[in-house]
Write a protein that binds this ligand. Sequence first.
Ligand code: 4NP
Length: 140
Amino acid sequence: MVCLGNICRSPLAHGIFEHLSKDLSITVDSAGTANYHTGNAPDPRSIKTAAAKGINIANQKARQFIAADFDAFDYIFVMDQENLNNVLKLAETELGRNKVRLLLGSDEVEDPYYGGDHGFEIVFDKIEKACKNIIESWNQ
Ligand code: 4NP
């Protein structure tokens, strides 16, 4: 799960996907295309929004997306088109490029950083719906 800072959107996506896939043997992680927040915990608004739904993301630590992630993961879900472009710049193979897609398919999870709490709730709902759809598609 990849966004820009790895403190707002992708920590939510990481926590939600991990929660929904807890009966599957998969590894879920998140990263940011930028390194401004490396080592930081998620934004308090993301922590609060997830906690209200019973998901604890407080122990996550931000890290930057790296080229080795193309080998470590089968799917790379990004939150918006800018993340998509920046992740694709790091791909060295067609196999790597094919792992990358927008989490919402053709829509974006917009950056809630400069807004209020409500933006985080909207982000949570959009991400949760997308994660449910992905897991459902794997079960078919
Ligand atoms: P995120 O949100 O990409 O969802 O983690 C942002 C976090 C920090 C900044 C921008 C977006 N920032 O400019 O510091």
